[in-house]
Design a binder for this molecule. Structure first.
Ligand SMILES: Cc1cc2nc3c(=O)[nH]c(=O)nc-3n(C[C@H](O)[C@H](O)[C@H](O)COP(=O)(O)OP(=O)(O)OC[C@H]3O[C@@H](n4cnc5c(N)ncnc54)[C@H](O)[C@@H]3O)c2cc1C
Length: 650
């Protein structure tokens, strides 16, 4: 088993990796957080109900832009992008003209200043033309240059970059390296300060740089070594963020990467060899890079849930139309119960996908609540659920679900790209924080109150004495806290009566929230500091909270729709109730599996697999991996012998 001090071969120990992640964590909670409360048994419905009200000016501006964007989107063809594996330059030029590259940039810098809600809706619309468009705009605006500059840039940096970005300078965010994926502690890219302190020399290789092939500007994360300032003072250095001009000498884009989906993205391998970057291009302080990246992602993470809403809506439409049109065994396939259940799942989940995205984005826009956990939950849950939706759609379409749109059309049928949806959605569970990493990140916040209370009790490295001392303090905390988890509004049949038939769903959420906190406490008690290694247990804790959040979002949204759009209100109640009933079965199952599971046995079995004990089971098939290259290409810095594939789109 990996211990806290193993894994030295790769340059950083597990403890160092944790320390880097921990140092970058935002620890302050100055505003209330609905989702954090859910994990602590404190279901505070008032934080999400009534549904947050958008500002009139935001709605007016957003609707006017959406109308223009919708019109333009009908002139683009997702089929062309898929066929050519590239977004035509004229699409990009027109999108720039429409202001799409500056949707989230404040108007004072030439952007459209859209709210997060409208930004997400615009992404959904663009993504429904082709998901590569959504990926391009999201990589540029949610994590590329505009967002970190807006939040961390100096006034000069804002003046310099934001208007350029708004006009259409495409940007990218470069964190990942061949040897550095989820764990940035081992970052190999370096930024060495010059003696006069005027510039840095950038060296290293960045992998999977979305937009990197056509970007004009990029944000690069690199390690600044500890050094002395020109005035003799010492700097610790650390991971630091820089804005880099892509036409700087020494940059090569070595490859345009191709993937299972998102065929139109301009994703590359970007090599930096002695690239001179002015110190004025540094974002924030030295050592602040990871914090900048993580803070950027706090709300940046809402882009992908926005794109998942589009996937749900399209799946629902195709499922409805096809299940009515296709008749087998004497009835439309939608009338066979096995298919009907899939349609019900797609419909209920689509309602929930929209509720979760819109609620999180509205709360982020309103600014009074802390939505860090909501955004992370939205990213994790939306990407997982939308993949299930797409998979069910493929199944409902039968053989046609597996056939490409091109082929369907060639033989005279409607060109429905269900298989493409499945391929395009898959990456959402991997990038901008893989599902496994999102669960760890959310679990870290979810048990934060426990850790804060228990102190050294929860630290693996604490001495026995420290743990014993902490346990005494912690028992005082738990003595006060645990009784609060025994009873609550969920036990009173009159609670939440203003929600009508959804009241019982909210009572369930309240009861389940307290149960969730109790179970987390039992996990703490049982494993103490080792809890962080119980990823399966923590994963279920996180997933329960995600479902409870989605259920609450559905109820709040249905109530809002009943008030504001009565013609949809009754149907919204049906969909919200359906989602809650389906989610409850999953939640009950997660609770059950917290303590009845095969986790220990699976860990052991997996260790045996890794040790090669069952290699005999692999016999009888060909090893189809082509070539004889290493698992991971040598990423040592240095000049590239390859021709750069970097190109200008305009
Ligand atoms: C199409 C595409 C676009 C991308 N765009 C960008 C971009 O624009 N900028 C950028 O910087 N990066 C980008 N990436 C990189 C992406 O963010 C990474 O792939 C992702 O962070 C995961 O890193 P990895 O692939 O190295 O997986 P690894 O970190 O090697 O992980 C492998 C597996 O192990 C799991 N795992 C790792 N650590 C743990 C742990 N501690 N506990 C539990 N499970 C763990 C992971 O979840 C995963 O399942 C892109 C990738 C792709 C494929």
């Amino acid at each position: 088993m990996t211990s806290a001090t193993e894994n030295k071969n790769s340059g950083a120990t597990a403890a160092e990796a944790r320390a880097v992640a921990e140092a970058a964590r935002e620890t302050e909670w100055t505003r209330p957080s609905f989702a954090k409360g859910l994990y602590l048994g404190n279901f505070d419905l008032g934080l999400i109900h009534p549904w947050p009200q958008a500002r009139d000016a935001d709605v007016e501006r957003g609707e006017a832009f959406m109308a223009k964007l919708r019109e333009f989107c009908t002139t683009m063809s997702g089929r062309v992008i898929e066929r050519e594996a590239r977004i035509p330059d004229e699409y990009l030029a027109s999108l720039a003209e429409l202001g799409v590259f500056g949707m989230k940039i404040p108007r004072e810098y030439g952007g459209l200043g859209l709210s997060l809600v409208y930004y997400g809706r615009a992404l959904a619309l663009l993504g429904s033309v082709h998901p590569s468009l959504g990926a391009l705009i999201s990589a540029h605006q949610s994590i590329g240059v505009p967002e970190p500059v807006k939040v961390f840039g100096t006034p000069e940096q804002k003046q310099e970059y934001l208007p350029r970005c708004a006009r259409g300078a495409i940007t990218a965010f470069l964190l990942t390296e061949p040897d550095v994926g989820s764990d940035p502690a081992r970052m190999g890219c370096t930024a060495t300060p010059s003696d006069d302190g005027e510039s840095y020399l950038l060296d290293g290789v960045k992998l999977w740089t979305t937009n990197g092939v056509i970007a004009e500007l990029v944000v690069v994360m690199a390690v600044v070594p500890a050094h002395a300032n020109p005035d003799g003072t010492q700097e610790k250095g650390g991971i630091t963020a820089f804005v880099v001009e892509m036409d700087s000498p020494g940059i090569t884009v070595e490859n345009r990467n191709a993937f299972m989906g998102l065929r139109g993205i301009e994703n590359g391998v970007t090599r930096f060899h002695q690239v001179r970057v002015p110190a004025a291009n540094r974002l924030g302080r030295e050592g602040q890079g990871l914090k900048i990246a993580l803070t950027t992602l706090n709300t940046g993470r809402l882009s992908i849930p926005g794109l998942c809403v589009a996937a749900g809506k399209w799946s629902l439409k195709i499922a409805r139309e096809w299940s009515n049109a296709r008749t087998q065994w004497g009835r439309p396939v939608g009338k066979h119960e096995a298919v009907a259940k899939k349609i019900a799942f797609i419909a209920a989940t689509t309602f929930a996908l929209e509720a979760v995205f819109e609620l999180s984005a509205e709360m982020a826009d309103a600014g009074q609540k802390d939505v860090r956990i909501e955004a992370a939950l939205a990213k994790l849950w939306s990407t997982e659920l939308s993949c299930l939706v797409a998979d069910e759609l493929v199944q409902i379409r039968g053989g046609r679900g597996f056939e490409t749109a091109e082929s369907l059309e060639a033989r005279g049928e409607r060109a429905v790209a269900a298989e493409q949806l499945l391929r395009d959605l898959r990456i959402n569970r991997i990038f901008e924080g893989s599902s496994e990493i999102m669960r760890l990140l959310i679990a870290r916040e979810a048990v934060d109150a426990h850790l804060a209370a228990a102190g050294e009790l929860a630290s693996v490295d604490a001495t026995l004495q420290e743990k014993a001392r902490a346990a005494v303090g912690a028992s005082g905390f738990y003595a006060k806290w645990l009784p609060k988890l025994v009873a609550g509004a969920g036990l009173d049949p009159r609670s939440y009566s203003e929600f009508g038939r959804l009241a019982k769903q909210l009572r369930y959420v309240e009861r389940a929230s307290r149960k969730l906190a109790r179970q987390t406490f039992y996990g703490m008690g049982r494993w103490q500091g080792k809890l962080e290694y119980k990823q399966a247990f923590l994963g279920r804790i996180v997933d329960i909270g995600a479902e409870l959040f989605a259920m609450a979002a559905c109820c709040s949204r249905a109530e809002m729709l009943l008030r504001t759009a009565p013609e949809q209100g009754a149907a919204a109640y049906e969909l919200a109730e359906a989602y809650c009933e389906q989610a409850r079965l999953r939640v009950d199952d997660y609770f059950e599996k917290l303590w009845r599971n095969t986790d220990d046995a699976d860990r052991e079995l997996s260790a045996n697999v890794l040790a090669g004990d069952y290699a005999w089971l692999e016999a009888g098939v060909l090893d189809q991996s082509e070539g004889t290259g290493p698992w991971i290409a040598d990423a040592s810095p240095g000049a590239s012998s390859k021709e750069s594939v970097h190109r200008k789109y305009r």
